[in-house]
Design a protein around this ligand. Structure first.
Ligand code: AMP
Length: 434
């Protein structure tokens, strides 16, 4: 199927073509016709499936069709609420791309920055408002946001709003909207609270589902290195020495950890910047901008900061730490392998993280290949052989290898440290492993 088969109007078709899209993704194929019909949608899809275009394109078209000739002043007709600033900004960029040949203006508002430039844009008049919940309520209470003309309401990543304690704000926003409107709600998972929300806002809904949360990872090559905590740093450095890694997000569980990783990398001459909740919005934006345009190769991020980040051509994700919950692993690795592209996700797992590693494997329904195992086994047999010869020669001397600590399935971490390519400073091309 092609975009033109979806009855999309010429100016939007042209913009989509200019964006380089050849055909609609499954979520677009399923959602666009129903949204054009005016139906409420419950979309079960996560970032990376093309869902932003799945709602932006038909909403823009519906706006064009419902525009009256006597509409002189702009007023907010479409309201999109998203959980994070980064995601809101990305949705705004998408709207700008698809509305390039239309007379429709959007703006994005979010907290953590001075409100004055946002207020200026709102006062000048916008047709589409994209916002995080807190700032929206704030500016609405101050009288800068008028929601009485909203006809299209999009709630993106509802499950993450729940995680981030924003669901009450969302309910407050919904209470301020006109009763007559089209509702589009997207959520990767459907926890109880979200189901309640869905039932309270969607009327006569159509459910549109693409892949379950654990299956979007199919196009991503995954692998893990079993490594002692103290060796993670040198392992990461060696992995990043591989020039075939063009752009990579390194995930850290904590803000402090992210800072430390970035600092350690900088110390060995690898340019890296950390983003997390303690960085100012300007620092976060600058790092993301540089990362997206390719002038920054390594971004070290916590999970909150990385939510929804969409970077074209992101080749690798490295989990320096395992996340706190298995679902986060899926979200993390979903930063790569987007819109059908290949991606590589590498996890550094230490012995304390093995339990979480197994829970992740259970969630995604498959074993994550352990990398470096083959070279490790060859080295192991060489060591064993050497030890035998040594034992023959020095019958009375003690065998140092017997003191090696066990790690994993009968493998010894001590010998891995001494003998793996990573610890001898020669990183194998990660791409070659896949
Ligand atoms: P999203 O799920 O909205 O975050 O989209 C993920 C990525 O897919 C973004 O970089 C979009 O620009 C891209 N994308 C969306 N629709 C298509 C399409 N039909 N063909 C190719 N890429 C697309």
């Amino acid at each position: 199927m092609l975009f033109k088969d979806l009855n999309i109007i010429e100016p939007i078709l042209k913009a989509v073509e200019e964006a380089g899209y050849e055909k609609p993704t499954p979520i677009q194929e399923k959602s666009i016709p129903r949204i054009l019909e005016g139906r409420d949608i419950l979309g079960c899809a996560q970032t990376g499936t093309g869902k932003t275009a799945a709602f932006s394109i038909p909403v823009l078209q519906n706006m064009v069709k419902s525009k009256k000739n006597n509409d002189r002043r702009r007023s907010i007709q479409t309201l999109i609420v998203a959980p994070t600033r980064e995601l809101a900004i990305q949705i705004g960029e998408n709207f700008t791309t698809y509305s390039k040949h239309l007379n429709i203006k959007n703006t994005v508002i979010f907290g953590g920055v001075n409100q004055s430039s946002q207020v200026r844009k709102l006062t000048a008049g916008v047709d589409v408002l994209i916002s995080t919940p807190g700032r929206l309520l704030d500016l609405q209470n101050q009288g800068y946001v008028d929601l009485k003309n909203v006809k299209y309401f999009v709630l993106d990543e509802a499950d993450r709003m729940l995680d981030m304690g924003m669901i009450h704000d969302v309910k407050r926003i919904i209470a301020k909207l006109p009763k007559e409107r089209q509702n589009l709600l997207f959520s990767a998972t459907m926890p109880k609270e979200v189901t309640k929300l869905v039932n309270s806002i969607l009327k006569n809904k159509v459910k549109v589902e693409v892949e379950a949360v654990s299956s979007t990872v199919e196009v991503i090559s995954q692998g893990a290195y079993m490594v002692a905590k103290k060796d993670k740093k040198s392992m990461l450095v060696n992995l990043l020495r591989d020039e075939t890694i063009k752009s990579v997000i390194v995930f850290s569980r904590t803000k402090h950890g992210a800072n430390k990783i970035a600092k350690d990398l900088n110390n060995v001459g690898i340019d890296a910047t950390a983003i997390h909740g303690n960085k100012s919005q300007n620092q976060r934006q600058l790092a993301l901008k540089n990362f997206k345009k390719g002038s920054l190769r390594v971004l070290v991020a916590t999970d909150i900061a990385a939510r929804g980040i969409d970077v074209d051509e992101l080749s690798h994700v490295i989990n320096y730490d395992l996340p706190d919950v298995p679902e986060t692993y899926v979200h993390r690795i979903g930063r790569t392998g987007r819109a059908g592209r290949d991606g590589v996700a590498i996890t550094l797992c230490d012995s304390e993280e093995l339990g979480m590693f197994r829970r992740i494997e259970k969630l995604i329904g498959k074993a994550i290949p352990i990398l470096g195992q083959e070279e490790f086994e060859i080295k192991e047999s060489i060591i064993a052989e050497k030890s035998l010869k040594q034992a023959d020669k020095q019958k009375n001397s003690s065998n140092k290898n017997s003191k090696r600590k066990y790690y994993g399935k009968g493998k010894t971490q001590g010998s891995r440290n001494k003998n793996s390519k990573f610890n001898s400073g020669k990183a194998k091309s990660v791409n070659n492993i896949y």
